[in-house]
Write a protein that binds this ligand. Structure first.
Ligand code: HEC
Ligand code: HEC
Length: 471
């Protein structure tokens, strides 16, 4: 059995404000729409970490007794500090908790997608870019169901195992992507909404809404530390309001009653506070300070009008940029998966929509660039492997692959070392290689747009890249 059986992502609410000019002392891009701040429920980051690693928000899973029959305790490098009880022996992306049935279960958690490795170190909050969503997991889960009676004779445990497997069997076909490393989070969310009554949250084995297309939108999981600055959630500025409630919805695989949702919601302001307390990893290699200092004015002159300024007096403008200006892959922004109208309606009627709004826009948020060196590949679909290629669009590789070894880092380009192919997926006979090829000719995977670095001289671009290492 695979160590991790994945989790459930759901998303949420939003509203848009007229183009107001915040007093940031910064000239903003005229195309940008300022995203307004909303009050958040107070939370405690220390309690939030404890909740994140010790409390099971996903209330179903593999019975602990079954899990320990097939799995060894996690190796030390996969364990997290501050974990208690059975969680102390589990890997960072697994959580043990007691389900409503009274059975202790092991579930995937947020860190399945939101912990990643850079230079061999696991960083909480860094998006996981090493995942494999290229196979339909439902077959594997159907097999687990068949094997169930050999692993436990306890009817309650068996029922839990089947419940968990059934959820993944429902999601499976809708969360398959063609390429390694990208994430189908938005399709995940859509399928889970489709199977639930919005008012009672009760699960229905048959979908109550039309399901999303089986061709999922590929996403690069964004780093959590951006939430310290961001006023809304998601690439397309989709979720506004009480962000703790949006975040808890990402654990809704088995949140089947409003009472359970309210219980999880009661401690999620702490989890939100923890997310916002995270700081990005610092560039671990030497920096040419003189060159970086030359890059700062280049950044301030070319990039700050969308991305803000950095350092002690830095300001972040929270700007949404329309699709025709940014020009990056349109598939996510034009909305299929979880941002299709029927899912937005579902949201508005549900517990989640009571304090939040889900209203995606046709374009992308210009994200904070803190710790940007560690978050390759770039753009919302992860189509550009390095910062150097992002800032000189003619050098972006059309067909590329990486080793998924987090130490295979491109120090000069800032991002991943890549193998460049002379052909795309369709012309690749070997299925294993085919999955590795990031093919920017395919639907949802294009690497167009964001050409703001193209006109810089090589000297300015070099200085800018050095400066970006310091953010
Ligand atoms: C299956 C993978 C997956 C899981 C599990 C998951 N997420 Fe996410 N998360 C994503 C993806 C993908 C996005 C980007 C979605 C988008 O912007 O459309 C995202 C976005 C976010 C964002 C917004 C970041 C930003 O910059 O706007 C937050 C906050 C977040 N997730 C928190 C959580 C929390 C808390 C959990 C656990 C309760 C969780 N996620 C579980 C994949 C996942
Ligand atoms: C007109 C507004 C605008 C300007 C100017 C701009 N950007 Fe961006 N930038 C964006 C938007 C919007 C995105 C998100 C696009 C997407 O994900 O598809 C983005 C994404 C990025 C990313 C990728 C973030 C990630 O984690 O994937 C980096 C890095 C970046 N910009 C750096 C720069 C630099 C450096 C400059 C100056 C040369 C610059 N940008 C100029 C709007 C802008």
């Amino acid at each position: 059995m695979r160590r991790i059986l994945v989790a459930a992502l759901v998303c949420v609410g939003c509203n848009s404000a007229p183009n107001e000019t915040p007093d940031l002392g910064l000239m903003l891009d005229p195309s940008g729409v300022v995203i307004p701040a909303t009050d958040q429920r107070p939370g405690d980051a220390t309690r939030g970490y404890d909740a994140l690693v010790n409390r099971g928000a996903v209330r179903c899973g593999v019975p602990y007794n079954v899990f320990t029959k097939v799995m060894q305790p996690a190796t030390p490098d996969l364990r997290l500090p501050g974990r208690t009880g059975h969680n102390a022996d589990l890997a960072y992306n697994e959580t043990a908790s007691i389900a409503a049935s009274g059975v202790e279960v092991v579930s995937p958690n947020c860190l399945t997608c939101h912990a990643g490795k850079i230079n061999g170190t696991l960083v909480i909050g860094l998006g996981n870019t090493e995942q494999d969503y290229t196979t339909d997991q439902s077959d594997q889960l159907a097999l687990a169901k068949q094997l169930g009676p050999m692993l436990t004779s306890d009817p309650l445990e068996l029922a839990e195992l089947n419940k968990f497997a059934d959820r993944f069997i429902a999601i499976g076909p809708y969360t398959v992507l063609t390429t390694l490393g990208v994430n189908p989070g938005d399709n995940f969310a859509a399928v889970l909404l489709a199977h639930r009554d919005p008012v009672t949250l009760a699960w229905s084995d048959t979908p109550l809404l039309d399901l999303p297309p089986t061709i999922g939108v590929p996403l690069d999981v964004p780093p959590w530390w951006r939430m310290k600055k961001k006023h809304s959630m998601f690439y397309v500025d989709a979720a506004h309001g009480d962000l703790a409630r949006v975040e808890m919805a990402a654990a809704n695989l088995c949140t089947d009653t409003v009472a359970e949702a309210a219980d999880i919601d009661s401690y999620f302001p702490d989890v939100r506070a923890y997310l916002e307390s995270l700081v990005p990893p610092v560039w671990p290699f030497p920096v040419d300070a003189t060159l970086a200092a030359k890059g700062k004015p280049v950044f301030d002159g070319t990039c700050a009008r969308c991305h803000g300024t950095y350092g002690d007096a830095g300001v972040y403008p929270n700007l949404f940029i329309p699709l025709d200006v940014i020009g990056s892959d349109p598939v996510l922004a034009v909305g299929s998966s979880q941002f299709a109208d029927r899912f937005l309606d579902w949201w508005a009627k549900s517990f989640y929509g009571m304090t939040t709004t889900l209203a995606p826009k046709k374009g992308y948020v210009a994200p904070p660039l803190d710790g940007i060196w560690a978050t390759a590949p770039y753009l919302h679909n992860g189509s550009v492997p390095t910062l150097a290629a992002l800032l000189d669009s003619k050098t972006r590789p059309k067909y590329w692959g990486r080793t998924f070894d987090s130490t295979d880092y491109d120090l000069a380009g800032i991002g991943w070392n890549v193998t460049v192919y002379d052909h795309g997926k369709a012309a690749e006979p070997d299925p294993t290689t085919q999955k590795k090829i990031y093919d920017t000719d395919t639907f949802g995977y294009t690497n167009t747009g964001h050409t703001f670095g193209d006109l810089l001289s090589d000297g300015d671009r070099g200085a800018l890249l050095e400066y970006l290492k310091t953010l």
